[in-house]
Write a new protein. Structure first.
Length: 171
């Protein structure tokens, strides 16, 4: 939803027919995050749903209208959002899901910085290695397991023809 705020602001800035849909979107984002912060401060998920489900229904309605907007960019944004609308509200129904992707972005940041500093990969095999090593490192960090120990065990297993250690906890 955070990225949507930027998209809705662009519609407001375009003016004309797009402005209305941008303003509606900014209103939804504002209310949504107000309610989310109340929930995070100790509110219940039931109260969050009670407050946001009517907003969701309202948004679905104006997205449908917006998909027919004469402004092509507004129509495209509204149509695209309508296509993924159920996914936008997953956080209402599933514990541990947030309306932002901040957590995932923080996890991906080291890989993005590495790619920027190393100028990317120069071979298909190199790209596969980077994908796998960065995935293993982040997985181990999330599990609070020692990265170097796992890598050492992996190399020893490979050299001795043994199965690699598992990234799955408890296996």
């Amino acid at each position: 939803m955070v990225h949507l705020k930027r998209d809705f602001q662009k519609l407001v800035d375009r003016g004309g027919a797009a402005r209305e849909y941008g303003e509606l979107g900014l209103g939804v984002v504002s209310i949504l995050f107000h309610e989310w912060h109340l929930f995070r401060g100790g509110g219940s998920r039931a109260a969050l749903r009670r407050e946001l489900e009517p907003l969701r229904d309202l948004m679905r309605g104006w997205l449908g209208e917006g998909a027919r907007c004469p402004d092509a960019k507004a129509a495209a944004l509204c149509g695209n959002l309508l296509d993924v609308e159920p996914a936008l509200w997953t956080f209402l129904y599933h514990e541990g899901v947030e309306p932002t992707n901040n957590h995932i972005e923080r996890l991906l940041r080291p890989g993005v910085l590495w790619r920027k500093n190393a100028f990317g990969c120069h071979s298909e095999a190199g790209c596969r290695f980077v994908e796998r090593i960065l995935t293993a490192v982040q997985t181990l960090r999330l599990q609070q397991r020692p990265v170097l120990e796992f890598l050492q065990q992996s190399l020893a297993a490979h050299r001795n023809g043994h199965p690699a250690p598992s990234l799955l906890p408890g296996q």
